[in-house]
Design a protein around this ligand. Structure first.
Ligand SMILES: *Cc1c(COP(=O)(O)O)cnc(C)c1O
Length: 477
């Protein structure tokens, strides 16, 4: 596809782009219950204006744009204060939670390379509830993730299992505040004590909820366990602004207990013909837009604005959870303390329930089982769900009944047996067969995803991951 010989007009371009969106999720509906975070129309407008004002400023070199440096310093100070860091706590603005986590793992690796050069094959110990970005970071930076179980009832990290997993190669412990999947906060104080006892680094993943939990703590109306720099032993925290901080996407922070640790994050090069390059984070050339947008939304909402939204989403969450329990067929996993939760069922296939809710205009996020937990559906709540919360409760009740009465139950044992048979033949042909079992033709997904989700859930992780990577490889050009 060549670029057009003669350029299109602004109107033509914008209407083309608008038409492309036709089949996208409608996040304004209040019915998209996963990975959208909405501060409301006014805040959105302010964010966009600020973002556009800094769109073309290059945050590559803070000495050329002092205002961009100022924005970053003010954002980091604000987040450090929320997370009860003292004046020694430092950090950087990043493009997202994944970049913050990648940096935390790279920094931990390089600090320990300097301090404990005898460690050749560094390891991090983390519960299976940790975000996959840690596995990704481990793969990128050669730090082996050593996963340990979590409590089957509470979904909190099993600290004794973490202790037992520590070896001479361990450099880092990881806990979440909260984990995305269940909205549960790990026992951060206990893990901090273990980190101190074993003289290890300790990263707290506050990507999704670090900002919100801090604001909730300051409100004094919610029971928030200590998870921040007030906990001895915590050496770094990631906290996204583009989740419950309500910033536009491309906004997160990574904070460290002190500069000695952060020093290992920074890369500098004078050795080539190219300009002097000093990168505190992964990206080099980057827009100042995300920073200005994040700065603006915090100034616009103020703590008062955040408080109002917290009360609203927590109230909606409570009403949704009551509705979930009232179905009699679904249960909430763990005890979520943020506006996020997950639900599982002993009687119906939750992936079929997700499909039925999709037909009724909702988006719920399927999550796969682990050796310690059942398949489940995730919900993150936004204030724009407030006007439709009764409709949610009604639709959920209806959807549960429809799945119970009208859906043909999927025989998971049969699915597993078929997959095993296909795998036994081995080779790449088996993958095609398995994809077909899920109803996938080429790269076209069926409208009902229950079978695919059930197939993914039944497959061994390595096989499923290989399959999905292959699928993506075909999906993109
Ligand atoms: C979203 C999330 C991440 C990853 O953040 P991205 O911004 O999507 O890269 C990491 N950890 C937790 C707990 C998250 O919720």
């Amino acid at each position: 596809m060549p670029i057009p010989e003669r350029g299109m007009t602004k109107d033509e371009i914008l209407s083309a782009l608008q038409s492309f969106k036709e089949n996208d999720l409608n996040w304004r509906s209040g019915k998209v219950l996963g990975f959208t975070y909405q501060p409301g129309a006014d805040a959105e407008e302010v964010t966009k204006a600020a973002y556009m004002m800094y769109l073309s400023e290059n945050a590559l070199d803070p000495t050329t744009y002092p205002s961009v440096l100022r924005l970053e310093r003010e954002i980091v100070r604000t987040v450090a204060d929320l997370l009860r860091g003292d004046e020694n706590v430092v950090g950087n603005f990043t493009s997202g939670g994944t970049e913050s986590i990648l940096l935390a793992i790279k920094t931990a690796r390089d600090k320990m390379r300097a301090d404990r050069p005898h460690i050749q094959e560094p390891e991090m110990v983390l519960p299976l509830t940790a975000h996959p970005a840690f596995r990704k970071a481990g793969a990128y930076f050669d730090v082996k993730p050593v996963f340990v179980p979590f409590d089957r009832e509470t979904f909190k990290a099993d600290v004794e299992a973490m202790r037992e997993a520590v070896t001479d190669n361990t450099i880092l412990l990881v806990g979440s505040a909260p984990g995305y999947a269940q909205g549960v906060v790990d026992p951060i104080a206990e893990i901090g004590a273990l980190a101190q006892e074993k003289d290890l680094l300790f990263h707290v993943d506050g990507c999704v909820g670090g900002i919100q939990l801090s604001l909730m703590r300051r409100m004094g109306e919610y029971d928030v366990p200590d998870f921040d720099f007030s906990v001895p032993g915590v050496t770094s925290i990631s906290a996204d602004l583009h989740k419950y901080g309500y910033a536009a996407k491309g906004a997160s922070t990574i904070l460290y207990r002190n500069k000695k640790i952060r020093r290992h994050q920074i890369f500098a090069s004078t050795a080539t013909t190219t300009y002097v390059l000093i990168n505190p984070t992964l990206l080099s050339t980057k827009s100042g837009g995300p920073m200005a947008g994040a700065w603006a939304v915090m100034q616009y909402l103020g703590e008062e604005g955040y408080r109002t939204m917290i009360r609203e989403v927590m109230d909606v969450t409570r009403r949704m959870i009551e509705g979930v329990r009232a179905t009699g067929e679904l249960r909430i996993l763990g005890e979520p303390i943020v506006p996020m939760f997950s639900m599982a069922s002993d009687s119906i296939n939750v992936f079929q329930l997700a499909d039925e809710m999709t037909k009724r205009g909702w988006y719920l996020q399927p999550q796969l089982s682990t050796p310690y937990s059942p398949p489940n559906l995730h919900i993150s709540v936004n204030s724009n769900t407030t006007p439709v919360v009764d409709e949610f409760v009604q639709d959920l009740r209806g959807a549960v009944e429809t799945v119970k009465n009208d859906y043909v139950p999927l025989d998971i044992a049969e699915v597993k047996a078929q997959i095993q048979a296909a795998l036994d033949q081995a080779g790449p042909e088996a993958f095609g067969q398995i994809l077909a079992m899920g109803g996938i033709q080429g790269t076209t997904l069926p409208s009902e995803m229950a079978l695919i989700n059930s197939v993914m859930d039944a497959l061994p992780d390595e096989v499923c991951e290989d399959l999905l990577a292959g699928f993506m490889n075909d999906l993109y050009i």
